[in-house]
Design a protein around this ligand. Structure first.
Ligand code: NI
Length: 227
C-alpha cells in the first residue's frame, strides 16, 4: 500500500526545515548505504550527527505525531530519526530494496524497516525527474509530490529515485517499525478504521454498530500488534 499524507508540513514548518537543511554541510550519500545499494546510489546527504539534521528531523517527527492519517496508516512502534538527501545534476538512486534493520550510529537504537517514508521538501515545478518510482503488486507507481507532502510505502518494495536532470530535489527519508508487521493486516486495519470513522460521522459515535465495529478494530489490533 502507498499512502500519501498531504501537507504533513505546512508552509511555515516547511520553511523552518528548509532553513536548517540549507545551512547544513552535505556529504556523499553513500555514508548510510549498505554495500549493494552503495553501488546504485548517487546523491548527497546530511550526516546523521549533523545538528541541523537532528533539529529538522525532530520537526518532521513532531509533524508525524500530529497526523491522524499517518498514525492510522502506519501504526508506528519505532521511528528511525529522519535523514535528508539531495539530488541534482543527473544524480539518481537505482533500483533497490531498503535494508531490513537500521541501527542508529552511536546509540544502537534498532528499527526493523516495515515502512519507508519520503517527505518532499522542494517545489516539484523547480526540478525535472526525481520521481520516486515504486514497484507494487498493482504495477509501477511514480511519486512526485508538492513540498510538505509525504508518502509511506512498504520497505520491502523495489524502488528507485529517477535522475534529476534540472534543478535540485531535496527530501527527508527514513523508516519505521510498525506495531503490525504484516502489510496486508495493516491495510485491513486501516480500511476498517477509515470506514468506522466515516460511519461514526453518519450515525454518531454512540451508535451500537459503530461501537461494536470499534471493538472489532481494537480486538484485531490486540491480536496482531507488538507494543
Ligand atoms: Ni530506498
Amino acid at each position: 500500500m502507498l499512502t500519501v499524507i498531504p501537507d504533513l508540513l505546512d508552509g511555515e514548518t516547511l520553511g523552518r526545515v528548509r532553513a536548517l537543511v540549507d545551512a547544513a554541510e552535505w556529504v556523499d550519500g553513500n555514508v548510510t548505504s549498505g554495500h549493494q545499494s552503495a553501488l546504485a546510489k548517487r546523491n548527497l546527504q546530511l550526516p546523521e550527527e549533523s545538528p541541523q539534521a537532528k533539529q529538522a528531523g525532530q520537526i518532521v517527527l513532531d509533524a508525524l505525531g500530529r497526523s491522524a492519517l499517518f498514525i492510522a496508516a502506519a501504526l508506528p512502534l519505532k521511528v528511525f530519526p529522519p535523514l535528508f538527501n539531495s539530488y541534482a545534476g543527473g544524480q539518481a538512486f537505482g533500483t533497490h530494496v531498503d535494508n531490513a534493520v537500521r541501527i542508529q550510529a552511536g546509540t544502537g537504537f534498532r528499527v526493523r524497516s516495515d515502512l519507508s517514508i519520503t517527505v518532499f521538501l522542494e517545489d516539484p515545478e523547480s526540478y525535472d525527474g526525481g520521481e520516486l518510482t515504486i514497484e507494487t503488486n498493482f504495477g509501477v507507481q511514480r511519486v512526485k509530490l508538492p513540498a510538505g507532502h509525504a508518502v509511506l510505502y512498504p520497505s520491502s518494495s523495489l524502488h528507485r529515485v529517477e535522475p534529476v536532470t534540472r534543478g535540485r530535489r531535496v527530501a527527508s527519508f527514513f523508516w519505521l517499525q510498525s506495531m503490525v508487521r504484516d502489510d496486508a493486516a495493516r491495510q485491513m486495519l486501516f480500511d476498517l478504521d477509515s470506514s468506522i470513522q466515516a460511519l461514526a460521522v453518519d450515525l454518531g459515535h454512540d451508535n451500537a454498530q459503530v461501537i461494536r465495529l470499534t471493538g472489532v478494530y481494537h480486538n484485531l489490533l490486540r491480536r496482531w500488534a507488538d507494543a
